[in-house]
Design a protein around this ligand. Sequence first.
Ligand SMILES: Cc1cc2nc3c(=O)[nH]c(=O)nc-3n(C[C@H](O)[C@H](O)[C@H](O)COP(=O)(O)OP(=O)(O)OC[C@H]3O[C@@H](n4cnc5c(N)ncnc54)[C@H](O)[C@@H]3O)c2cc1C
Ligand code: FES
Length: 258
Amino acid sequence: MNSLKIKEIIKIKKENQYVKTIFFKYDENIKPGQFFMIWIPNVDEIPMSVSYIKRNIAAITFRDVGDATNKLFNFKIGDKIGIRGPYGNGFKLNREKIIFIGGGTGIATLAPAIENAYKKKFNIKIIIGFKNKNELFFDKRFGKLINNLYISTNDGSIGYHGNVTDLAKEIIKDEDCLIITCGPEIMMKKLFELFNTYQFQASLERYMKCAVGICGQCCVGHGLRVCLEGPVFDATMLKNIKDFGKYKRNESGNIKYF
Ligand SMILES: Cc1cc2nc3c(=O)[nH]c(=O)nc-3n(C[C@H](O)[C@H](O)[C@H](O)COP(=O)(O)OP(=O)(O)OC[C@H]3O[C@@H](n4cnc5c(N)ncnc54)[C@H](O)[C@@H]3O)c2cc1C
Ligand code: FES
């Protein structure tokens, strides 16, 4: 798991103008909500959630935001990347009624958990939010599974006009469900405050270096390592993470407020 494996890209899917999925063969057992460290030669090594798990094929889905993701974005089939992992705890699908709420690329992290819950015949709803219709992705992938797919866009170009938290307020009435979320941390914090009596799991992102719990770069709250104790935290843990929704640390350890 900790040794770097060099993998050839076997398939690439352009999800929209800004987001791509890269597929590769991967034999290890992977849980939804876990992540890999992806080494992009001569650029960087970055954390990426697993967005697709099927037998010995896995994938990552990413947005072109900087040096490493831009290089990845321009890779072709047959190009090679280095992979360590999978790391982290993953989601616990411990309720039969689950509402998945995703914002932007956070949706990639939720996808394998959604497919698992569907296979288990759980009662699921999916609420996903984007800035506008050009940013939409995975809507067809989820739409094939269930009818309870709700979409919001900030500009109203498709689906509900407004943000995903307002849409969630309109849809979620049943306290007996588990909410699982991934997206911008301010969005997840708002959901946590709105649904504070619910079972709740959120996947957090922090700057990572070792990804195996040694360097302390990704610590939140009282020394919880996002790479090891996370990236998924439940309501009990989130209540004690004072930085949740407030700030994160950059590569030098300096605080950056959201
Ligand atoms: C557990 C986890 C899972 C993630 N899963 C996904 C995913 O599925 N899809 C996706 O598009 N993005 C995901 N990210 C975010 C992704 O790792 C960063 O966007 C990426 O590292 C940016 O690298 P860059 O060189 O392209 O951009 P840069 O210009 O280096 O940075 C752009 C932004 O990414 C942040 N970042 C850079 N390097 C790291 C790092 N080593 N660790 C964490 N954040 C970093 C920077 O602070 C900055 O905010 C995940 C992050 C974590 C921690
Ligand atoms: S990245 Fe080193 S402890 Fe988490």
